[in-house]
Design a protein around this ligand. Structure first.
Ligand code: SF4
Length: 343
């Protein structure tokens, strides 16, 4: 990533000029880069002065990813990356529940969230009280939560999973009765995958959805395949089962990038947030994107100016606060994931 102290507009433009996704939001001119550069340089100086580290989810704007981020990836990997640094302050450019995961794993560090929108359609679909009621309704089920949940929801569940390990962990859980939350579409994909693997599980799931991935339809894939017969379609397990079925590869954001790197194919349709498409255009310029992508309004509520603001003058709202009781219970849920992935 470009985290030199004194970046020039020409350097930033050279990195970002190939990005053509998400309408005008992610199109870059030399003039636009010249406006970003003084803010980027000020952030990078403050970061060093304050022993701070900036984590950026792949879905935030490219000027954050390539201008100021120390680590880029998915929420789980980023939270683990934060554990490897001696930085005392973490600026997490993503959504609040991802900052909470960083706080759960890094209790001695200060975690700040520059994004202006707190929740998202998926995480907001369930709260701790609703999980408690479901537990009373399904007392014999193991409660499995996706990492895209708040800390208070994780605190009420047994095992946390990511999009990369959900299938393997659910297969390993010794209980046949599973309640999966909050993503309905990932829950349906989970049921189908267990069936494909011949694993007998009774899986109930909650009704939440990620509005970014929910909007894709198989018809989009068929149309693109007619125009580009060689295209490889990659999708995320938060997409509808019919979409996943019609795709060449389904995986987490890091697994998608790995797949595209390893395959000889040139043309890709990426059914996920535009930030990942932008990373493809910057990091794999010999690959070609076809079709469109979708912007997540929650992820895109992070800006360079807000990162600068939380470094200079953070408010209480920008900080992640978790009670020690919630943090410890949520930590146990995440530790159960480590147990299944290491075992
Ligand atoms: S892409 Fe946006 S809406 Fe979907 S789970 Fe991530 S933060 Fe939530």
């Amino acid at each position: 990533m470009l985290t030199t102290e004194h970046l020039t507009a020409e350097q930033l433009y050279a990195t970002l000029k190939n990005i053509k996704v998400g309408g005008t939001v992610c199109h870059y001119s030399l003039k636009k880069c010249a406006e970003f550069v003084p803010i980027i340089n000020e952030i990078n100086e403050l970061k060093q002065e304050q022993n701070a580290v900036i984590l950026a989810h792949s879905y935030v704007s490219p000027e954050i990813v390539y201008g100021v981020a120390d680590f880029v990836g998915d929420s789980y990997q980023l939270s683990k990356d934060a554990m490897t640094t001696d930085a005392q302050k973490i600026i997490f450019a993503a959504v609040r529940f991802m900052g909470e995961t960083a706080q759960i794993l890094n209790p001695e560090k200060e975690v700040l969230i520059p994004g202006l929108l707190d929740g998202c359609t998926l995480a907001d679909s369930i709260n701790a009280e609703e999980v408690k009621k479901l537990r009373a309704q399904f007392p014999n089920h193991t409660f499995v939560c996706y990492i895209n949940t708040t800390a208070e929801v994780k605190a009420e569940c047994d095992v946390c999973v990511t999009s990369a390990n959900v299938y393997d962990i659910v297969q390993k859980i010794p209980n046949n009765q599973i309640y999966f939350l909050p993503d309905k579409l990932m829950g349906k994909n989970l049921v189908m995958e267990m069936h494909r693997r011949g694993v007998k599980k009774n899986i109930q799931y909650h009704e939440g959805t990620c509005y970014v991935h929910e909007e894709y339809e198989p018809s989009q894939i068929y149309e693109i395949r007619m125009e580009h017969p060689q295209v490889k379609v990659v999708s995320h397990p938060e997409c509808r089962p019919e979409v996943c079925e019609a795709s060449d590869f389904v995986g987490s954001t890091s697994q998608m990038l790995d797949y595209m790197l390893k395959t000889d194919a040139k043309d890709f349709l990426m059914l996920t947030e535009c930030g990942l498409s932008a990373r493809l255009q910057v990091e794999f310029p010999d690959k070609r994107l076809v079709g469109s992508c979708t912007l997540c309004r929650y992820m895109k509520s992070n800006s360079l100016l807000d990162i600068l603001r939380v470094l200079k003058n953070p408010s209480d709202r920008d900080r992640v606060f978790l009670s020690e009781e919630t943090r410890l219970k949520a930590h146990k849920c995440i530790e159960a994931m480590f147990h299944y992935t290491q075992g």
